[in-house]
Write a protein that binds this ligand. Structure first.
Ligand code: SAH
Length: 267
Protein backbone atom coordinates (compact mmCIF):
# COMPACT_ATOMS: atom_id res chain seq x y z
CA UNK A 1 0.00 0.00 0.00
CA UNK A 2 2.58 2.50 -1.06
CA UNK A 3 1.49 5.87 -2.30
CA UNK A 4 3.34 8.97 -3.48
CA UNK A 5 3.76 11.69 -0.88
CA UNK A 6 0.52 13.63 -0.55
CA UNK A 7 1.57 17.18 0.27
CA UNK A 8 -0.32 20.00 1.93
CA UNK A 9 -1.89 21.04 -1.37
CA UNK A 10 -3.40 17.56 -1.74
CA UNK A 11 -5.00 18.14 1.67
CA UNK A 12 -6.17 21.55 0.55
CA UNK A 13 -7.65 20.20 -2.71
CA UNK A 14 -8.90 16.73 -1.83
CA UNK A 15 -9.44 16.24 1.91
CA UNK A 16 -13.04 15.38 2.75
CA UNK A 17 -13.82 16.11 6.44
CA UNK A 18 -17.00 14.03 6.53
CA UNK A 19 -15.42 10.97 4.90
CA UNK A 20 -12.49 11.19 7.33
CA UNK A 21 -14.73 11.51 10.39
CA UNK A 22 -16.89 8.58 9.37
CA UNK A 23 -13.97 6.27 8.57
CA UNK A 24 -11.97 7.10 11.69
CA UNK A 25 -14.37 8.33 14.39
CA UNK A 26 -17.77 6.75 13.66
CA UNK A 27 -18.80 5.65 17.21
CA UNK A 28 -19.37 2.04 16.09
CA UNK A 29 -17.09 1.38 13.14
CA UNK A 30 -14.52 4.18 13.31
CA UNK A 31 -11.05 2.74 12.83
CA UNK A 32 -9.50 4.82 15.61
CA UNK A 33 -12.43 3.95 17.89
CA UNK A 34 -12.15 0.21 17.23
CA UNK A 35 -8.35 0.09 17.63
CA UNK A 36 -8.46 1.91 20.99
CA UNK A 37 -6.64 5.08 19.82
CA UNK A 38 -9.44 7.50 20.70
CA UNK A 39 -9.86 6.20 24.27
CA UNK A 40 -6.08 6.12 24.70
CA UNK A 41 -5.63 9.75 23.63
CA UNK A 42 -8.58 10.97 25.70
CA UNK A 43 -7.11 9.25 28.76
CA UNK A 44 -3.61 10.63 28.13
CA UNK A 45 -4.89 14.17 27.52
CA UNK A 46 -6.95 14.04 30.71
CA UNK A 47 -3.86 12.79 32.53
CA UNK A 48 -1.65 15.58 31.13
CA UNK A 49 -4.05 18.47 31.78
CA UNK A 50 -5.90 17.34 34.87
CA UNK A 51 -3.43 15.14 36.77
CA UNK A 52 0.02 16.32 35.72
CA UNK A 53 -1.05 19.95 35.82
CA UNK A 54 -0.12 21.09 32.31
CA UNK A 55 -1.85 24.47 32.21
CA UNK A 56 -1.41 28.09 31.24
CA UNK A 57 -2.77 30.96 29.21
CA UNK A 58 -2.62 29.72 25.61
CA UNK A 59 -2.49 26.36 23.87
CA UNK A 60 -2.12 25.99 20.10
CA UNK A 61 -3.76 22.90 18.56
CA UNK A 62 -1.85 22.26 15.33
CA UNK A 63 -3.38 20.12 12.58
CA UNK A 64 -6.71 19.74 14.33
CA UNK A 65 -8.32 18.63 11.09
CA UNK A 66 -12.10 18.34 11.36
CA UNK A 67 -12.01 16.98 14.95
CA UNK A 68 -12.58 18.68 18.30
CA UNK A 69 -12.19 15.79 20.81
CA UNK A 70 -8.54 16.72 21.44
CA UNK A 71 -9.48 20.09 22.98
CA UNK A 72 -12.03 18.78 25.50
CA UNK A 73 -9.65 18.31 28.43
CA UNK A 74 -7.38 21.21 27.42
CA UNK A 75 -10.22 23.72 27.72
CA UNK A 76 -10.27 23.13 31.50
CA UNK A 77 -6.59 24.06 31.88
CA UNK A 78 -6.01 26.90 29.40
CA UNK A 79 -7.59 30.33 29.18
CA UNK A 80 -7.57 30.11 25.40
CA UNK A 81 -7.00 27.58 22.66
CA UNK A 82 -5.95 28.65 19.18
CA UNK A 83 -6.50 26.16 16.38
CA UNK A 84 -4.14 25.95 13.41
CA UNK A 85 -4.36 23.88 10.23
CA UNK A 86 -3.30 24.17 6.61
CA UNK A 87 -6.57 23.04 5.04
CA UNK A 88 -9.42 25.54 4.65
CA UNK A 89 -12.25 22.96 4.76
CA UNK A 90 -10.89 21.53 8.00
CA UNK A 91 -10.63 24.93 9.66
CA UNK A 92 -14.21 25.63 8.57
CA UNK A 93 -15.46 22.25 9.77
CA UNK A 94 -13.68 22.70 13.12
CA UNK A 95 -15.32 26.10 13.60
CA UNK A 96 -18.75 24.76 12.64
CA UNK A 97 -18.31 21.87 15.10
CA UNK A 98 -17.34 24.27 17.89
CA UNK A 99 -20.51 26.23 17.19
CA UNK A 100 -22.36 22.92 17.29
CA UNK A 101 -23.95 23.61 13.91
CA UNK A 102 -26.60 21.17 12.70
CA UNK A 103 -25.21 18.48 10.43
CA UNK A 104 -21.77 18.43 12.00
CA UNK A 105 -20.32 15.25 13.51
CA UNK A 106 -21.92 14.19 16.78
CA UNK A 107 -19.28 14.03 19.54
CA UNK A 108 -21.79 13.74 22.42
CA UNK A 109 -20.70 10.27 23.58
CA UNK A 110 -17.04 11.35 23.55
CA UNK A 111 -17.86 14.57 25.40
CA UNK A 112 -19.78 12.57 28.02
CA UNK A 113 -16.78 10.29 28.47
CA UNK A 114 -14.49 13.27 29.12
CA UNK A 115 -17.01 14.79 31.58
CA UNK A 116 -17.13 11.43 33.40
CA UNK A 117 -13.32 11.29 33.61
CA UNK A 118 -13.26 14.81 35.02
CA UNK A 119 -15.89 13.86 37.59
CA UNK A 120 -17.12 17.41 38.18
CA UNK A 121 -20.69 16.66 37.16
CA UNK A 122 -20.47 18.89 34.08
CA UNK A 123 -23.14 18.18 31.45
CA UNK A 124 -22.44 17.64 27.75
CA UNK A 125 -24.09 20.99 26.96
CA UNK A 126 -21.96 22.81 29.54
CA UNK A 127 -18.81 21.22 28.15
CA UNK A 128 -19.72 22.28 24.61
CA UNK A 129 -20.18 25.88 25.79
CA UNK A 130 -16.88 25.78 27.66
CA UNK A 131 -15.10 24.51 24.55
CA UNK A 132 -16.72 27.08 22.28
CA UNK A 133 -15.76 29.89 24.65
CA UNK A 134 -12.17 28.67 25.04
CA UNK A 135 -11.27 28.11 21.38
CA UNK A 136 -10.85 31.69 20.25
CA UNK A 137 -9.98 31.16 16.57
CA UNK A 138 -8.25 28.91 14.08
CA UNK A 139 -5.41 30.13 11.90
CA UNK A 140 -3.92 29.05 8.59
CA UNK A 141 -0.68 27.27 9.37
CA UNK A 142 2.06 25.37 7.59
CA UNK A 143 4.31 23.36 9.87
CA UNK A 144 6.91 23.15 7.08
CA UNK A 145 7.64 26.86 7.47
CA UNK A 146 10.13 28.16 10.05
CA UNK A 147 7.33 30.21 11.54
CA UNK A 148 4.32 27.94 10.97
CA UNK A 149 1.89 30.84 11.44
CA UNK A 150 3.61 33.24 9.03
CA UNK A 151 2.89 36.07 8.42
CA UNK A 152 1.57 36.25 12.00
CA UNK A 153 4.01 36.36 14.88
CA UNK A 154 2.32 35.36 18.12
CA UNK A 155 3.73 35.76 21.61
CA UNK A 156 5.21 32.39 22.63
CA UNK A 157 2.64 30.08 24.21
CA UNK A 158 2.58 27.61 27.13
CA UNK A 159 1.60 24.52 25.17
CA UNK A 160 1.61 23.26 21.60
CA UNK A 161 -0.35 20.13 20.80
CA UNK A 162 -0.43 18.18 17.56
CA UNK A 163 -2.39 14.98 17.15
CA UNK A 164 -2.09 12.93 13.98
CA UNK A 165 -0.79 15.77 11.84
CA UNK A 166 3.00 15.92 11.63
CA UNK A 167 3.37 12.43 10.13
CA UNK A 168 0.95 13.51 7.41
CA UNK A 169 2.82 16.75 6.71
CA UNK A 170 6.34 15.28 6.35
CA UNK A 171 7.87 13.33 3.48
CA UNK A 172 10.92 12.09 5.41
CA UNK A 173 12.48 11.89 8.86
CA UNK A 174 14.78 14.91 8.42
CA UNK A 175 11.76 17.00 7.57
CA UNK A 176 10.01 15.66 10.67
CA UNK A 177 12.92 16.79 12.87
CA UNK A 178 12.79 20.23 11.23
CA UNK A 179 9.06 20.44 11.75
CA UNK A 180 9.59 19.78 15.47
CA UNK A 181 11.98 22.75 15.50
CA UNK A 182 9.46 24.87 13.58
CA UNK A 183 6.60 24.20 16.00
CA UNK A 184 8.97 24.66 18.94
CA UNK A 185 9.49 28.30 17.90
CA UNK A 186 5.86 28.92 18.95
CA UNK A 187 6.55 27.62 22.46
CA UNK A 188 8.07 29.23 25.58
CA UNK A 189 11.05 27.55 27.20
CA UNK A 190 9.52 25.50 30.02
CA UNK A 191 6.32 25.08 28.00
CA UNK A 192 4.95 21.71 26.97
CA UNK A 193 4.58 19.94 23.66
CA UNK A 194 2.05 17.15 23.25
CA UNK A 195 2.31 14.90 20.24
CA UNK A 196 0.32 11.85 19.36
CA UNK A 197 1.01 9.83 16.21
CA UNK A 198 0.19 6.47 14.72
CA UNK A 199 3.37 4.39 14.24
CA UNK A 200 4.67 2.32 11.34
CA UNK A 201 1.96 3.61 9.04
CA UNK A 202 2.75 4.21 5.38
CA UNK A 203 -0.66 5.30 4.10
CA UNK A 204 -4.30 5.71 5.00
CA UNK A 205 -7.58 5.89 3.14
CA UNK A 206 -9.88 8.85 3.68
CA UNK A 207 -12.94 9.86 1.69
CA UNK A 208 -11.98 7.41 -1.09
CA UNK A 209 -8.48 8.87 -1.47
CA UNK A 210 -5.23 7.32 -0.23
CA UNK A 211 -2.93 9.69 1.67
CA UNK A 212 0.71 9.04 2.47
CA UNK A 213 1.95 8.81 6.03
CA UNK A 214 5.54 9.01 7.22
CA UNK A 215 6.65 5.75 8.84
CA UNK A 216 7.57 6.62 12.44
CA UNK A 217 8.89 4.40 15.21
CA UNK A 218 9.06 4.88 18.97
CA UNK A 219 12.89 4.94 18.83
CA UNK A 220 12.89 7.68 16.19
CA UNK A 221 10.36 9.73 18.14
CA UNK A 222 12.37 9.47 21.35
CA UNK A 223 15.55 10.64 19.65
CA UNK A 224 13.92 13.33 17.48
CA UNK A 225 12.16 14.88 20.47
CA UNK A 226 15.35 14.88 22.57
CA UNK A 227 17.48 16.26 19.68
CA UNK A 228 15.13 19.19 19.11
CA UNK A 229 15.35 20.58 22.63
CA UNK A 230 12.69 18.73 24.61
CA UNK A 231 12.79 16.57 27.71
CA UNK A 232 10.29 13.71 27.69
CA UNK A 233 7.92 13.76 30.67
CA UNK A 234 5.62 10.92 29.63
CA UNK A 235 5.60 8.60 26.64
CA UNK A 236 3.30 5.66 26.08
CA UNK A 237 2.69 3.34 23.14
CA UNK A 238 -0.34 1.10 22.65
CA UNK A 239 -0.45 -1.76 20.16
CA UNK A 240 -3.19 -2.73 17.76
CA UNK A 241 -4.49 -6.21 16.86
CA UNK A 242 -3.89 -7.34 13.27
CA UNK A 243 -7.00 -7.23 11.09
CA UNK A 244 -6.60 -7.49 7.32
CA UNK A 245 -9.57 -5.27 6.34
CA UNK A 246 -8.72 -2.58 8.90
CA UNK A 247 -5.03 -2.60 7.93
CA UNK A 248 -5.99 -2.05 4.30
CA UNK A 249 -7.65 1.20 5.34
CA UNK A 250 -4.78 2.33 7.57
CA UNK A 251 -1.76 0.19 8.31
CA UNK A 252 -0.32 1.47 11.61
CA UNK A 253 0.56 -1.21 14.17
CA UNK A 254 0.61 1.04 17.25
CA UNK A 255 0.00 4.57 18.51
CA UNK A 256 2.17 6.88 20.56
CA UNK A 257 1.44 9.72 22.96
CA UNK A 258 4.18 11.96 24.27
CA UNK A 259 4.27 14.87 26.67
CA UNK A 260 7.57 16.75 26.67
CA UNK A 261 8.92 19.98 28.14
CA UNK A 262 10.85 22.46 26.07
CA UNK A 263 14.26 22.95 27.69
CA UNK A 264 16.02 24.92 24.97
CA UNK A 265 15.83 26.44 21.50
CA UNK A 266 17.62 24.40 18.84
CA UNK A 267 18.71 26.12 15.64
N1 SAH B 1 -6.02 16.00 14.43
C1 SAH B 1 -6.78 15.12 13.53
C2 SAH B 1 -5.94 14.72 12.32
C3 SAH B 1 -6.30 15.45 11.11
S1 SAH B 1 -5.67 14.77 9.58
C4 SAH B 1 -7.18 13.87 14.30
O1 SAH B 1 -6.83 13.75 15.48
O2 SAH B 1 -7.85 13.01 13.73
C5 SAH B 1 -4.17 15.65 9.38
C6 SAH B 1 -4.24 17.14 9.30
O3 SAH B 1 -2.93 17.64 9.03
C7 SAH B 1 -5.14 17.71 8.19
O4 SAH B 1 -6.13 18.52 8.77
C8 SAH B 1 -4.20 18.53 7.32
O5 SAH B 1 -4.79 19.71 6.84
C9 SAH B 1 -3.07 18.84 8.27
N2 SAH B 1 -1.81 19.16 7.57
C10 SAH B 1 -1.21 18.47 6.57
N3 SAH B 1 -0.07 19.10 6.19
C11 SAH B 1 0.05 20.22 6.97
C12 SAH B 1 1.01 21.27 7.05
N4 SAH B 1 2.08 21.31 6.25
N5 SAH B 1 0.83 22.23 7.98
C13 SAH B 1 -0.26 22.19 8.81
N6 SAH B 1 -1.20 21.24 8.77
C14 SAH B 1 -1.05 20.26 7.86
Amino acid sequence: METDFTDKDTYQDLFDPEGYLDTYYNPKSGLLVVDGFLDFVLRKLHDAFCRRGVKGKTLIDIGHGPTIYQDLSACESFDEIIGADYTDVNRKYYERSLRNEPGTFNWDAVIQKVCDMEGKGMSVEEKKKKLENTVKKTLKCDVLQKNPLEPLVLPKVDCVMSIGCLECACSDLDTYRNVLKNVSTLLKIGGYIIISEILNCSSYLSGGKRFSCLVLTEEFMRSAIAETGFEIVDLEVIYRKYDKDQYEICNHDSSLFVLARKVKDVK
